[in-house]
Design a protein around this ligand. Structure first.
Ligand SMILES: C[S@@+](CC[C@H](N)C(=O)[O-])C[C@H]1O[C@@H](n2cnc3c(N)ncnc32)[C@H](O)[C@@H]1O
Length: 265
């Protein structure tokens, strides 16, 4: 970072679970102590590059087959970093479920929000129309109802996001081989609410490059990296592909077409 600091970090570390076909050692499972050691190191790094007023968002999972780790362990680890205080606990509706025969369908994705200092927050709105009337309140002696008082026809996102579609292979933004890909809409929402156009945002775990793409679409500067050179390459290719074609992903097409060509030769 060359000494540069950021006011927005959006980190999506591996969840210490097997993901998809576990096609990479960087998305596999280690013992909890090693995982927490890794966690503490990246949180310390996040602290080091953060401005006095910073938002930190962390995507995290809970494995019910293993004591719900690492969600509660992560929350407890964060208590050692008093500069970051909890701000919110967001859940996205994630429509890829498992355990549906003998369990409630697992349809959630957790997103923790911490802040350092008192960073700006811009109110933004969803596309969901306001449908509930009521909430009467007297304004200048006149009884008004919420729809006439409100600034927008649509509702604000609360901390349960039901309007963000989990990425799957039919979506234009899908990047084949990236089993932990997060929806662009979610990261754009974070960028638009938690930093201004032209500001820097940072993501330590690029994977399919969603944060980089969200920055491109929302006119924010992004620094991102991935320990796995394949995901680092995919991230670069995704931005180049967008700039060339206007497409945000490859749907089910291969981001490495040269490999298909080599196999045919
Ligand atoms: C859960 S995925 C991130 C998903 C991303 N938000 C997206 O939407 O595509 C986690 C990524 O972290 C990478 N990773 C694992 N350990 C890392 C480390 N120590 N430093 C940087 N990246 C790492 C993995 O290779 C993987 O691509």
């Amino acid at each position: 970072m060359g000494g540069e600091k950021t006011g927005l970090i959006i980190n999506d570390p591996p969840y210490n679970m097997r993901v998809g076909n576990a096609n990479t050692t960087t998305l596999s499972k280690v013992n909890l102590a090693s995982y927490l050691d890794f966690t503490k190191k990246w949180i310390a790094n996040a602290l080091q590059i953060s401005k006095p007023n910073t938002h930190l968002y962390v995507w995290i999972g809970a494995d019910y087959k293993d004591d719900f780790q690492p969600l509660p362990d992560f929350m407890l680890s964060m208590r050692a970093f008093r500069d970051f205080s909890p701000k919110n606990f967001i859940t996205l509706r994630n429509q890829r479920g498992y355990g549906i025969q003998k369990n409630w369908m697992w349809a959630r994705q957790e997103l923790l929000h911490y802040v350092k200092g008192n960073p700006d927050f811009t109110v933004i709105y969803t596309d969901i129309p306001k449908i509930l009337k009521g909430y009467h309140k007297k304004v200048n002696g006149r009884v008004t109802e919420n729809l006439e008082r409100s600034k927008s026809e649509t509702i604000r996102p609360g901390n349960v996001w039901v309007d963000v579609q989990q990425v799957f292979y039919r979506m234009k933004e899908n990047v084949p081989g990236c089993y932990a890909q997060k929806p662009l809409k979610a990261i754009r929402r974070i960028a638009q609410s938690s930093c201004k156009a032209g500001d820097l945002m940072v993501d330590f775990f690029a994977h399919s490059g969603t944060a980089l793409m969200a920055g491109e679409l929302s006119h924010r500067k992004v620094y991102t990296f991935d320990i796995d050179p394949i995901f680092a390459e995919i991230t670069i290719r995704r931005l180049e592909h967008y700039r060339k074609t206007g497409k945000t992903g490859w749907q089910w097409h291969n981001p490495f077409p040269e490999i298909d060509r080599d196999l045919q030769d």
